[in-house]
Design a protein around this ligand. Structure first.
Ligand SMILES: [Ca+2]
Ligand SMILES: [Zn+2]
Length: 354
């Protein structure tokens, strides 16, 4: 029954994939295409950005598999190869139905395998799989002038930033190795709205698609940051590959001057996007699929600041996940990813970036 829903949802979205296999790359070309940019605002401004239809189709595939398996927050146990196979097989309708059949079989088989396990074993199994993941990371500080007010970040603060990322992501199975960091004085690139993003990244991007590049710059038109979701077609030198990475406001690093947003958690939020996570208020509605994570409550608008509690969808279960890194709360409010988000990060990383 759920499989039928999955099939219908996927069939409706399939033409995007079928008619233009490189749709993701095409939609990325105008850098300001809102379909591929994600912003976390420091104020209560509405999110002006949305994921591309093709990325949502990918997310839907992950999401429906989880819900096919179980409506609770239990982990869906798929191997990376199974997930990858599912994604690669979506190219045509005939193959698609085969893939869905295969997915159904996979889920059934996994349920049988899991029937001998205790529930307590599942999280550790996920963590064990993810714990080996160390992500080569490159920091680029692009500043206007070498002062604290000109976008320059002292070395000690860059070190604090990578430490915050590692402390927070450790329990979700990811670590970041700061391979190198670079200081670039460029007043043009330091201001995002000047439009130099692609040129900057062509010049600066390091590593492969598994590597994380973070550009700490002077100004992002009032936003704290943005990042790119993982996707296929990211061959080295391609536009998808060049654009990949996170751009973050320089004074959000630990010790920075941005009050309420200077514990380095903007980077944690943006890297969540890099792993494939949507905002918890995605869709900004009390109905619909939201962030397509089953254990984050439905949320119709972003949180601002750090309220004691908030409930934007009173008729849906649960209060807003104000402590979730993928909301818009202030840094002190951020304390967690959900188990479902953790699963999604692992699955998407294994599918696109492994
Ligand atoms: Ca949710
Ligand atoms: Zn965001």
């Amino acid at each position: 029954m759920v499989t039928i829903k999955y099939l219908a949802a996927f069939a409706a979205l399939a033409p995007v994939v079928l008619t233009h296999p490189m749709a993701d790359a095409a939609t990325i070309v105008p850098r300001l295409n809102s379909a591929t940019i994600f912003a976390r605002k420091g104020t209560s401004g509405a999110c002006k950005t949305r994921p591309s239809p093709s990325f949502l189709a990918d997310v839907a595939a992950f999401s429906n598999l989880e819900k096919t398996h179980d409506n609770s927050t239990k982990f869906n146990i798929m191997t990376a190869d199974e997930v990858k196979n599912k994604i690669l097989n979506k190219g045509s309708v005939s193959v698609l139905s085969t893939a869905i059949d295969a997915v159904g079989n996979i889920v059934s088989r996994e349920i049988e395998e899991r029937s001998t396990e205790t529930e307590e074993e599942e999280p550790s199994r996920i963590e064990a799989r993810a714990s080996a993941v160390t992500i080569n990371t490159y920091f680029h500080n692009v500043y206007k002038d070498a002062t604290l007010d000109g976008g320059y970040i002292p070395k000690a603060r860059l070190a604090s930033q990578i430490n915050v990322m590692n402390q927070i992501y450790a329990k979700y199975g990811f670590q970041f190795k700061l391979v190198n960091y670079y200081y670039i004085k460029n007043a043009n690139w330091a201001v995002d709205e000047n439009g130099g993003e692609y040129q900057m990244k062509q010049a600066l991007r390091k590593g492969d698609y598994r590597s994380l590049n973070i550009y700490f710059i002077y100004d992002i038109s009032g936003n704290l940051g943005y990042c790119y979701y993982p996707q296929s077609g990211a061959s080295p030198g391609s536009e998808v590959f060049i654009y990949d990475g996170c751009t973050i406001l320089y004074n959000t690093v630990p010790g920075g001057s941005y009050v309420d947003y200077n514990q380095g958690k903007t980077a944690v939020h943006e890297v969540g996007h890099w792993f494939g996570l949507l905002h918890t208020f995605e869709g900004e509605s009390c109905s619909g699929s939201g962030d397509q994570i089953s254990d984050t409550p439905q949320q119709s608008s972003p949180t601002s600041g750090c309220p004691a509690s908030r409930n934007s969808c009173p008729n849906q279960a649960g209060n807003d996940p104000i402590n979730n890194y993928m909301d818009y709360s202030s840094d002190s409010c951020y304390t967690q990813f959900s188990a479902g988000q953790n699963q999604r990060m692992v699955n998407m990383y294994n599918t696109y970036r492994r």
